[in-house]
Unconditional design. Structure first.
Length: 92
């Protein structure tokens, strides 16, 4: 982290590091909304199981081969609660 004092770095906790490379979204059924009003893609989600645990993937439909954000079920529930509460509403 260039320009940042070492003691000010934020620790990163990656609870999916051990399973990240084992999740297979290639056969997942991706769900999305019906609308893409500006043509830039829409959010798609898929559910996959790994060793008895369900993970939720989220991607941009305009980039299906692009990155997939992976959530645990508790992370997904917190994300949805935040969205419902307006935590991600743009202030402008």
């Amino acid at each position: 982290m260039t320009g940042q004092h070492p003691s000010t770095r934020v620790p990163v906790y990656d609870d999916k590091a051990g399973i990240r490379d084992t999740l297979d979204f290639s056969q997942a059924r991706w769900l999305s909304s019906e609308e893409d009003p500006d043509g830039t893609g829409k959010v798609e989600i898929a559910f996959v199981d790994s060793a008895g645990t369900t993970y939720i993937g989220m991607r941009n439909s305009a980039q299906p081969e692009g990155p997939i954000l992976v959530f645990t079920t508790s992370e997904w529930e917190a994300f949805l609660a935040g969205a419902k509460d307006g935590e991600f509403t743009e202030p402008w």
